[in-house]
Design a protein. Sequence first.
Length: 87
Amino acid sequence: MKNIILGLALSLAMVGGATAASITNKDAQSQVLIVTESGNKIEMAVEAGATVNFCPTGCFVTMPSGDRETLAGGETIDIVNGAAVIK
């Protein structure tokens, strides 16, 4: 299961472009987000210290803390202590 989630995260990262949102996990453990894009819902694991580009055309995201956000595709997000900080 973990390999599938990581594969999906890598696929999303490769699809992402200059306008994609990026998320950096500043925590010591992996964090999981739920991303809904074009009607498809996936769990995206972000390893400790990793940065992932995703959501190039806008999406809905449930953060590790349970907070829900709507992203347009150009945001920069940090995960700190399990909470998302959107810049």
